[in-house]
Design a protein around this ligand. Structure first.
Ligand SMILES: *Cc1c(COP(=O)(O)O)cnc(C)c1O
Length: 370
């Protein structure tokens, strides 16, 4: 690092860890000269994008010389009726990543503390660290967020608690009953952020959304995205549902044109495409059953998932497994970045992709001895 940056840049930036994204298909093509590659690394929708969203995009292309609606009025109206909340409680962002950053920019003072799991989505730590907070990380318990330990970690410096529900990378949920107990005990002056990026995939009736606490007037933020089941990861669009006051505060901080026009019209159409969402859910359930069965046949342990990805234990160095799978044109995510050096995180794909993954994994397990 040169002296200029070292001495002039904000000190907090040196505490940031680099984000490790899923490896892009084109990069693997370039590096390995393979032409058939499947990416099961970033929990994207294997069915692609909603046909209604694609049609809306095509129709909207002749308007991209105009600035987008800075208030995303129409999209917010539709989201409001979808969730049965007033539109003034919604803020749309350039992916939920941007909304996490906005939350940190809006609420965190240097020296504040935030609490989240140790093995979870990395953006809670990076966005709050950037703003000068200190992350208190609580180990998962049986792959789940440990709400009791989180409560015990609260002190006067605690500003935000992040709950990734379901959790990435483990796919586990905290149940309605646990959330209820937690919300009874968490002090009202702490902001609780429920990241429900995978909420649409959950088929467990014990799951509890944070939405009801919003209806009770608690200071919470619900984080939602169009990147996963709605298949719009490349356009970058997500939203929060929160109190009117928090929404207004976030609106003061955000860039006026943070969400582009294409993302707004595509999201609106995708939200209406109930068939596509249902099809995606069904395909995911089918893939999950198949993969559970095959992993059991291969003698591998996995964490039961409530999402469109499975966290599984290969019993081997995950970096070796990653590289061998890559040689066979299969991109997955390694567990070491989350503190599980023998695990991998696999996105549930189309049935064809799932079968190809299993075939490749079987070969890899034979090449890498236990
Ligand atoms: C994928 C994901 C998101 C969504 O991020 P976007 O910026 O909306 O694409 C948010 N939270 C978690 C836990 C995720 O895995």
């Amino acid at each position: 690092m040169d002296d200029f940056v070292q001495s002039k840049a904000r000190k907090d930036i040196f505490r940031l860890k680099a984000y490790v994204p899923g490896k892009p298909i084109e990069e693997v093509k370039r590096e390995l000269g393979l032409d058939s590659i499947i990416k099961l690394a970033s929990n994207e929708n294997p069915l692609g994008t909603s046909p209604l969203a694609l049609a809306a995009l095509q129709e909207g292309l002749n308007k991209i010389h105009l600035y987008p609606d800075a208030n995303a009025y129409e999209l917010k109206q539709e989201l409001a009726s979808f969730w049965q909340v007033p539109a003034e409680q919604i803020v749309v962002g350039n992916g939920s990543d941007e909304l996490l950053l906005l939350l940190a920019q809006t609420f965190i003072n240097p020296g504040d503390e935030v609490i989240h799991a140790e093995q979870t989505f990395s953006e809670y730590e990076s966005t709050s660290t950037l703003m000068g907070a200190h992350s208190i990380t609580i180990p998962l318990k049986e792959y789940k967020y440990d709400l009791k330990a989180i409560l015990e970690a609260i002190n006067t410096r605690t500003k935000i608690i992040y709950l990734c529900n379901p959790n990435n990378p483990t796919g586990t949920i905290v149940e309605q009953e646990e959330i209820e107990l937690f919300m009874q005990q968490v002090p009202g002056e702490i902001l609780v952020v429920f990241d429900e990026a995978y909420g649409e995939y959950v088929d467990n009736p014990a799951f509890g959304s944070g939405l009801q606490y919003l209806r009770e007037g608690r200071n919470i933020v619900l984080l939602k995205t169009f990147s996963k089941i709605y298949g719009l990861a490349g356009l970058r669009i997500g939203y929060v549902i929160t109190t009117p006051a928090i929404a207004a505060a976030l609106d003061r901080v955000r860039e006026p044109f943070n969400v582009n026009f294409a993302a707004q019209i595509a999201a609106q159409a995708a939200l209406r495409d109930i068939d596509f969402v249902e099809k995606s859910r069904q395909l995911n359930l089918q893939g999950k059953d198949y993969l559970y069965q095959e992993l059991a046949r291969l003698g591998l342990d996995y964490v039961k998932t409530n999402t469109n990805f499975i966290f599984l234990d290969t019993g081997r160095d995950c970096q070796l497994v990653f590289r061998e799978l890559l040689q066979r044109g299969v991109i997955i995510r390694t567990g070491d970045i989350f503190g599980y050096p023998t695990f991998i995180r696999l996105t549930i794909g189309t049935m064809e992709e799932n079968r190809r993954f299993i075939k490749s994994l079987q070969e890899v397990l034979e090449v890498i001895p236990l």
